[in-house]
Design a protein around this ligand. Structure first.
Ligand code: HEC
Length: 96
């Protein structure tokens, strides 16, 4: 019994240690913060030309960008926050 609880302690320590290492050294944590900090124009440039030419903001109206945002969110696998930022950027330059 003593041996079992001892190895449990070591396992816990190892897990805690590798999580701390992952936190400090993995790019994953850093990258996701970077992505979250990106502006609408950056997200637009990063995502919207992967499959087709990047449509200019003046191509569509405010209402059309709203619909396109919902449509392309499912294509580009964007979070709601990313979609909102991209749509806000596109709507700011939309045609009447
Ligand atoms: C994974 C590929 C992919 C990505 C990424 C993508 N699109 Fe599209 N887009 C398409 C396809 C495919 C179509 C053709 C219509 C359809 O079948 O959905 C399209 C059509 C469009 C159209 C024409 C109008 C419409 O809604 O059909 C616009 C405007 C557009 N995309 C804007 C964007 C914007 C803005 C982004 C970035 C948020 C984006 N797209 C990201 C694949 C993509």
């Amino acid at each position: 019994m003593k041996k079992i609880s001892g190895s449990k302690y070591i396992t816990t320590a190892l897990i805690a240690c590798s999580c701390a290492t992952a936190f400090f050294f993995s790019n994953g944590c850093v990258e996701s913060k970077k992505v979250a900090a990106k502006s609408g124009v950056e997200l637009w440039a990063d995502n919207c030309q992967r499959c087709h030419n990047t449509p200019s903001p003046t191509t569509f109206s405010v209402e059309q960008w709203k619909t396109i945002g919902m449509h392309m969110q499912t294509r580009a696998l964007l979070t709601n926050n990313e979609r909102d930022k991209i749509v806000a950027f596109l709507q700011a330059g939309a045609r009447n």
